[in-house]
Design a binder for this molecule. Structure first.
Ligand code: HEM
Length: 454
């Protein structure tokens, strides 16, 4: 039996569908095309068995590391030898400015030290009421929609994740700004956020034609963010006194413990953009995949529903963790070598790229039993511990996701509220396949039938 079932019931083994990997390594242009359309298709079947792979791309070596000891070497022990890749910076800086995700060196250390207290489990606790109120409102809205027929759950979950990001950041909902914000994100993801051949060939210090369009995009985006922050402050009657109620209060009050320095307005705005962007789509896809899996696994769904009225939710949390194993929202962690290194006897030279793919690692034939099967019991208390460097939904080492505790709490509580209220079924039989561009998305927005539980 692969899947945890309520006592007395046997669970069927569920292997959710995935696109077939190419049989052989793709030639360069097809590899680039796959990167733009679905990154999962960059890896041939043999990549799911190999500890280390290398290929040449535009005169540089590109390593793919899928061995837990090597992963640890790159992300933890030798983390200072590696930095974000130029393409990551090129694609994300127009959106994130110089926020935590793409800063490096002393600027990154200052930001990380300053931001850390806002993301401790205790700080996350203060944000839970925002998560619950937004989830309850989403359930109420779905109730109305579900009575009329099948629903686009992905759109509803994206709105919910954005609403939670907005409320936790600003205390107020995203009713006024949510639609424009989604418009910015969708427009960027559709074109400017996708790597073009010139983006890969032209060094970062020179602007590609798309870079010029990205700069124009950034001017509008920054003006929009400043408006949202100003509206929030006006709505609060100016600066709030007393206890912090949201992330913006926490970020404004944050001081570098070593220098006492806080964030300037521009720095604060870049952190706001970073937290909203890094946090909301990742959580939305996690919830969508969890609902998709639970629609295929009625026993597991019943077990999640049974926990919905309990304070502790070990099974629901295990479902979220197993969902992020099968569909890691961040499907690659990309690094550029700054200094020479040696990985399993292979020389890494400065400028080479080193990719660690949670997608490959989490489905690796040598690291997991029945890797493609949905089995939340792997993550239940008492199960054999999951190897730390074989499971990386939030990365590892100094650049590990700062929002991991928040994201796990958010996804567990939101899923519990939704599945506690509705029985979830698919409205049609079309398989939902993963398509990874920035995050691991569904290839289409599936229709779900939601029935209120008695
Ligand atoms: C299911 C939800 C989430 C997933 C799967 C996820 C995943 C990740 C991963 C894999 C990294 C490491 C990237 C690397 O090493 O290259 C990361 C970094 C980061 N995440 Fe998350 N994340 C999630 C939610 C959040 C939330 C809710 C926030 C903020 C509120 C957040 C903020 C960040 C930031 C700022 C970084 C950069 C940290 C640094 O470079 O020091 N994430 N995330």
């Amino acid at each position: 039996m692969d899947m945890q079932a309520p006592p007395g019931q046997a669970a069927a083994r569920l292997v959710p569908p995935v696109p077939a990997p190419p049989e052989r390594e793709l030639p360069t242009l097809r590899f680039i095309a796959a990167m733009r359309v679905n990154g999962i298709l960059c890896w041939p079947a043999s990549a799911y068995e190999a500890p280390l792979r290398r290929r040449r791309l535009f005169g540089r070596t590109r390593f793919t590391v899928s061995d837990p000891d090597l992963v640890r070497r790159v992300l933890v022990d030798n983390a200072a030898h590696y930095a974000r890749t130029p393409i990551t910076i090129r694609l994300l800086r127009p959106m994130l400015g110089d926020g935590l995700l793409i800063s490096e060196g002393t600027a990154w250390r200052h930001q990380r030290r300053t931001l850390a207290p806002a993301f401790t489990p205790r700080a996350v606790e203060t944000l839970v009421p925002h998560i619950l109120s937004a989830s309850d409102e989403a359930v109420a809205a779905l109730d109305g929609a579900a009575a009329r027929g099948p629903v686009d759950l992905f759109a509803a979950l994206q709105r919910l994740a954005l609403e939670i990001a907005g409320r936790t950041m600003f205390s107020v909902g995203m009713a006024d700004h949510g639609e424009r914000l989604r418009g910015f994100l969708e427009a960027y993801a559709a074109r400017l956020g996708r790597p073009h051949l010139t983006d890969l060939l032209v060094p970062l210090r020179f602007a590609t034609p798309l870079d010029r369009a990205r700069a124009r995009f950034r001017r509008d985006w920054v003006a929009f963010l400043d408006r949202v922050i100003a509206d929030r402050d006006e709505g609060q009657g100016g600066r709030h006194q007393g206890e912090a109620r949201d992330l913006l209060d926490l970020l404004r009050a944050a001081r570098d413990p070593e220098t006492g320095r806080g964030f300037s307005h521009e720095e604060l705005r870049d952190q706001v953009a970073t937290m909203i962007l890094a946090g909301h789509e990742t959580t939305a896809v996690t919830l969508l995949w969890a609902c998709t899996l639970l629609a295929l696994a009625p026993e597991a769904q019943a077990a999640v529903a049974a926990e919905s009225t309990r304070a502790d939710k070990p099974f629901t949390r295990a479902v979220i963790e197993e969902t992020m194993r099968l569909y890691p929202p961040a499907f690659v962690l990309a690094r550029r070598a700054l200094r020479p290194d040696v990985l399993a006897g292979e020389s890494v030279r400065p400028g080479d790229s080193v990719t660690i793919s949670p997608w490959l690692l989490h489905r690796h034939r040598r690291l997991w039993r029945d890797p493609d099967a949905f089995d939340p019991s792997r993550f239940l208390p008492g199960a054999p511990p999951v190897p730390r460097f074989a499971y990386l939904p939030f990365g590892a080492g100094p650049r590990v996701c700062i929002g991991a505790a928040f994201a796990l709490t958010e996804a567990t509580l939101a899923l519990s509220r939704i599945v506690g209220h509705f029985r979830i079924e698919r409205a049609d039989a079309r398989p939902v396949l993963p398509a990874a561009v920035v995050t691991t998305q569904p290839d289409h927005a599936p229709a779900f039938r939601l029935t209120r539980r008695a």
